[in-house]
Ligand binder design. Sequence first.
Ligand SMILES: Nc1nc2c(c(=O)[nH]1)N[C@H]1C(S)=C(S)[C@@H](COP(=O)(O)O)O[C@H]1N2
Ligand SMILES: [Mo]
Length: 237
Amino acid sequence: MSSFAAVSDKETKAKRDKVVAARARLRERFEAKATTSGSEGSGTGPANRHGMPKLPPGQTPAKATTWPVLDLGVTPRISNEEWQLEIRGLCEAPSTLRWHDLMNFEQVDEASDFHCVTTWSRMDIAFRGVRLIDVLASAHPSERASHIMCYATDGYCTNLSLTEALKPDVLLAYRAEGEPLSAEHGGPVRVITPQLYAWKGAKWICAIEFMDADRPGFWEKNGYSMTGNPWLDDRYS
Ligand SMILES: Nc1nc2c(c(=O)[nH]1)N[C@H]1C(S)=C(S)[C@@H](COP(=O)(O)O)O[C@H]1N2
Ligand SMILES: [Mo]
């Protein structure tokens, strides 16, 4: 399910057509070199789980009512008005997005799974947000860009290959289960990477850098895998 906010004028429509075209071009580039990163790992939600209540190896379902909080221990409190996302690095159109810019992208609802490397999983969390691919495409990444680093306000960072980052259910999420995303879970805006362990989704996202090589983020420097594919039990390096 997805919808555009009311289209008010031609200019907005033209802008969105451009975004859609940029997204298509970018997706094409990366689908061509898609890796074999787990045939069952390329997305989640009931459809992508083939309708099976199946968990990645070594994972246990958390109670439907619990969504544990895991982070470095500080909880930034950021209002929607204060929130900013800087897009930089190897791209032709670096920019800083504000809340209203985020609202101008297509808004999508995705039920996604959330796999923590500490072995609990929450299935089918209802998220609302913007596809990361749309935001990345709007910055026109250069041909050399192969990875991104996501930076967060608490000093955290984590790396993603563009192949993973561009998958359609990777979101910049700002609502969960019908409520604004709480500060504890990374609100106002965090990354959700349903096909990867949850540490790959930066809470309180504040910057994204396009890179021409892979580089470890916080947990990746501390022994976690560079890729983090739960379907391959790909936890540590
Ligand atoms: N900014 C930031 N993002 C982060 C983390 C963090 O410490 N800081 N921890 C990661 C880890 S290890 C996990 S398991 C998930 C936990 O998200 P949750 O607290 O919403 O369950 O966030 C990830 N994103
Ligand atoms: Mo984690």
